[in-house]
Write a protein of this length. Structure first.
Length: 686
């Protein structure tokens, strides 16, 4: 397509121009804008950088812009939070355009409950603040308003917002818009182009049931694909935090990276070290606290980002992958799996829970314990008192769980005092392990157990001392005197409001439940494995019995085949004799039939001939009488007599011929060689 070469001062911000200029110099935009990947259409090269926004008809493909009825996806206003609906209503009543945007629209299409609701509006930040009493501006690079309504927070951004320090936006010249595009469409399109991934580039107006899609976001959602809006390398260079957000989205929603996005992510992953520690902590908490910790750790390890964020866990998983035996489980991943079962996007936890879980596991790796100690430790956290915990463990006769290297092989029966002493000591080890997450020196010391880690390696930690202290406080009462520890609570559902706030008692309760559930599920798994092993010899014996039976069956069949073959060999002469007898009998039957035929012939023809002669005599007598009466009549009779004699002669000849034929027939039938040429007797009279 030809691009307009006219230079003009247009509406877009310098940051957006910069992005698209870089895009133009590196590669053509192709499918990363609104062009259709399936049709293979691409934009023409940008010959003049200033012509990028000279938007004549055909300068970009508006045919791929989609306006979709949200009710097709089962989205109704009742699925939105009250606070988000209220913000939209207030802004729209004041004459501003306002839309839900980003991940909440994506989650609604996927029929998931959104983690939060974000709003974008044509109002600027000052105008937004004027509409709401409880509103504050946050963020330096990209300021937004945080509006509090009915105890819920809604983040509201403006179409007009540009990064701090940038020059003022140059006004958009309406005369340069393509004919098929109005101002509202173009403003929405620009906002979509600023987004990180296509699945987050959707805008939704719930009051008219309309979703606006300018970047093929709905198509990628249906294809379970995660793709950057602009080329992936350019996108990640512009904001490397998108690497972590992409991993989080893939882990939580089960999407797959596009090929280009995955390659760029792998190459540029080290760039996340340029982010602040607070930003890294925030992104990691988004991954771990919302029900997708296990897949998040998996993808962080796959793309070698876990080495940066959680180096000890990365080394542990690498070692487990190399040394893991068939059928064995990795305890860390099991713990995270049971954490995910209790959390969700709308039921998150504070970082003290998942960090406390990592601290517990690290202490167990560095200082393995017997299964009985871990059962007791988790039961104390879960049930609240050591007496109830120990009673529960003893009464249920909980067995040994096999995790390597975390769980030691039991040496024998231990008294309650010994178990409590060991559990108390393990609590102190857990508490001291918090330092590994807040101190580089402690982290390096813990990593010394893994040979792949160089002693000269330098690892940064980004957990604050305050966060570490909150985690350590979870175990304070258990360290001083485990017998006096009493946090008894009534068993019931988890209070997610308290858990989200980091309440110590609620966090301890959930932490104990996760550890207990992990041990219990592994115990059940091992019992099933043992049951299968016990049935294996029986199966093998049964298999051998089947094989023996098959051999006997084959031998019997072979014997039967030999006997049958012998019988068949003896049966051949008998069969020949039987055939000869059958032929003899057939000849006798034929002779009998011929005799019967002869008798039938004689019985039929002779009476007829005699009757004919009698009639002839009568005729002669009548002729003689008539001849006496009249001469003419006599003459006529004489002629009739002559005719009658002729007939008689013919009949005599016929009778003689018939007898000759019968004689020939009998002669032929007496020869076996002519059996197959026999014809029915009735054919002789045709």
């Amino acid at each position: 397509m030809a691009m307009s070469q006219r230079r003009s001062d247009l509406f877009c911000s310098p940051s957006l121009v910069s992005r698209l200029l870089t895009l133009a110099s590196e590669l053509q935009r192709g499918r990363h804008t609104s062009s259709d990947a399936s049709s293979g259409s691409k934009l023409a090269p940008f010959e003049d950088p200033s012509s990028i926004f000279s938007l004549r008809e055909g300068s970009f493909n508006t045919s791929n812009w989609k306006i979709v009825d949200s009710r097709r996806f089962g989205i109704h206003n009742s699925t939105l939070s009250f606070s988000s609906r209220k913000v939209l209503q207030v802004l729209q009543r004041k004459g501003f355009q306002a839309y839900l945007v980003g991940g909440c629209v994506r989650d609604l299409i996927l029929r998931r409950k959104p983690k939060d609701f974000d709003v974008v509006t044509t109002a600027n930040l000052k105008q937004i603040k004027e509409q709401f009493n409880r509103c504050r501006v946050i963020g330096r690079k990209f300021p937004i308003c945080q509006v509090c309504i009915s105890g819920s927070m809604v983040e509201v951004s403006s179409f007009e917002t540009v990064p701090m320090g940038a020059n003022k936006r140059r006004k958009f010249q309406l005369s340069q818009m393509p004919k098929s595009c109005d101002k509202k469409d173009f403003v929405r399109w620009k906002d979509s182009m600023r987004r990180d991934f296509t699945v987050n580039g959707l805008l939704f107006d719930p009051f008219v049931h309309t979703i606006y899609d300018y970047v093929d976001g709905i198509k990628d959602i249906k294809a379970s694909k995660l793709r950057t809006v602009i080329p992936a390398r350019l996108s990640f260079k512009e904001d490397c935090a998108r690497i972590l957000r992409g991993l989080r989205i893939v882990a939580r929603l089960g999407l797959q990276f596009s090929r280009e996005t995955a390659a760029a992510l792998e190459d540029l992953s080290p760039s996340i070290m340029t982010l602040s520690k607070d930003r890294l902590m925030m992104e990691l908490n988004f991954m771990m606290a919302y029900g997708a910790a296990e897949p998040s750790i998996y993808f962080l390890q796959k793309y070698k980002i876990l080495d940066v964020l959680l180096p000890f866990q990365a080394s542990y998983l690498s070692d487990q992958t190399k040394n893991q035996s068939a059928g064995s489980s990795i305890m860390l991943m099991k713990l995270l799996s049971h954490l995910d079962k209790l959390l969700a996007a709308d039921r998150p936890c504070s970082c003290t829970l998942w960090l406390g879980l990592l601290v517990f596991h690290l202490a167990l790796v560095n200082h393995p314990q017997s299964a009985l100690v871990i059962w007791t430790f988790s039961s104390i956290l879960y049930l609240g008192t050591w007496k109830r915990a120990l009673k529960f463990v003893r009464e249920n006769n909980i067995g040994h769980v096999h995790f390597v290297p975390e769980i030691l092989t039991p040496l024998g029966t231990e008294s309650d005092e010994v178990i409590l002493e060991e559990a108390s000591y393990f609590v102190s080890l857990v508490k001291s392990s918090v330092n590994t997450f807040t101190s580089s020196e402690a982290l390096l010391k813990s990593l010394a157990r893994y040979s792949m880690t160089s002693p000269s390696s330098r690892f940064d930690v980004f957990f604050s001392k305050k966060v570490g202290k909150d985690v350590a406080n979870l175990f304070d009462g258990m360290v001083k005197d485990i017998k006096s520890y009493d946090r008894k609570r009534e068993m019931g559902d988890i209070n997610y409001e308290l858990l989200k706030k980091g309440d110590a008692d609620e966090t301890r309760f959930v932490l104990g439940k996760i550890i207990f559930d992990t041990m219990n599920s592994e115990l059940i798994h091992q019992q099933r494995q043992e049951s299968l092993m016990d049935t294996k010899p029986i199966h093998q014996r049964g298999q051998k019995s089947l094989e023996d039976t098959e051999i006997i069956h084959q031998q019997l069949k072979s014997h039967e085949d030999a006997e049958l073959s012998h019988q068949q060999r003896h049966k051949i002469p008998e069969d020949k004799k039987s055939i000869h007898q059958q032929k003899q009998k057939s000849l006798e039957d034929t002779e009998y039939i011929n005799q019967q035929g002869q008798r039938s012939l004689e019985d039929t023809l002779i009476p007829k001939l005699e009757k004919s002669l009698e009639k002839k005599e009568v005729i002669l007598q009548q002729s003689q009488i008539l001849s006496e009466e009249t001469e003419p009549i006599h003459q006529l009779s004489q002629k009739s007599l002559e005719d009658t004699d002729l007939i008689h002669l013919e009949r005599q000849n016929s009778l003689e011929d018939t007898r000759k034929l019968v004689h020939v027939r009998q002669k032929n039938q007496s020869s076996p060689a002519t059996d197959k040429f026999q014809r029915p007797l009735s054919a002789l009279f045709k």
